[in-house]
Design a protein around this ligand. Structure first.
Ligand SMILES: O=C(O)[C@H](O)[C@@H](O)[C@H](O)[C@H](O)COP(=O)(O)O
Length: 238
């Protein structure tokens, strides 16, 4: 696939003619990476994003017969809502990814009842220490404002969220544009993944991505690509 460089940020651009083709290709690559992880270390750790983009990819991945009983799935980020909420990323993953063959995977959510998002993030941080880090695969999405994970440009403490040396696993996010308070994996944990995919669809997202890569005010997605020790694989379809 085409490897492109805009400014000092390197990424690999994987363009597809349609969304089902992208879903099948990305699912095959992720399944292959997870299978390799199991062969190398007996387990695999996958973090996925929510939103409206990934459903077809999740459905395709759920049907691939790998050793899902050796895979742990968690979230890149989560809205501070219970799994029963239509806004829940855990609910999206349960309904679309943890089905078929992938139903055998272990799922570790980020949301649980807590008195505050800060308390929830702190207890997540302790609980997720036990996962088999680093991530083998992370699949990111991106908003039209250039946010990824819950690194929103208007987040209260964006510098902390984007700190590549943060010791945190999970951080709380307050951002007016985010809707609810959020829980997000730290940039440090995301960029340590063995395979980093960015899944975007539609011309608007492509333009937003290209604009974010150009010199100018840094957008969160660009901060992630610049912090990544390896080229991020961008998957796009019209
Ligand atoms: O909780 C979330 O919303 C996601 O994790 C977020 O980072 C998402 O990837 C982007 O907002 C794109 O969302 P869409 O796929 O809905 O455009």
């Amino acid at each position: 696939m085409a490897r492109e460089q805009l400014s000092d940020t390197t990424f690999s651009w994987n363009g597809f003619t349609d969304r089902p083709e992208l879903a099948a290709a990305l699912a095959g690559l992720v399944a292959g990476r997870l299978t390799r992880a199991i062969a190398e270390r007996g387990t695999g750790l996958l973090a996925v994003s929510g939103g409206t983009t990934p459903a077809k990819f999740f459905a395709a991945l759920s049907q691939i017969p790998i050793a899902w009983d050796k895979i742990t799935v968690t979230l890149v980020d989560e809205r501070f809502v219970p799994a029963s909420s239509p806004r829940s990323n855990a609910g999206l993953v349960a309904a679309n990814l943890l089905q078929n063959a992938a139903a055998a995977a272990r799922f570790v959510p980020l949301y649980h009842e807590a008195t505050s998002i800060e308390t929830a993030a702190a207890s997540d941080d302790a609980a997720l220490q036990l996962l088999p880090w680093p991530l083998d695969v992370v699949v990111l999405g991106m908003g039209g404002d250039g946010h990824t994970a819950s690194f929103f440009p208007d987040a209260d403490d964006l510098a902390t969220l984007l700190d590549p040396s943060s010791p945190r696993i999970v951080l709380p996010v307050h951002a007016a544009s985010a809707g609810e308070p959020r829980l997000t994996l730290s940039l440090a944990r995301i960029v340590a993944a063995g395979f980093i995919a960015l899944h975007i669809e539609g011309q608007e997202k492509r333009s937003a991505f290209e604009n974010a890569m150009r010199p100018g005010p840094p957008r969160p997605i660009r901060a992630v690509l610049e912090a990544a020790p390896r080229a991020v694989e961008v998957f796009w379809a019209p």
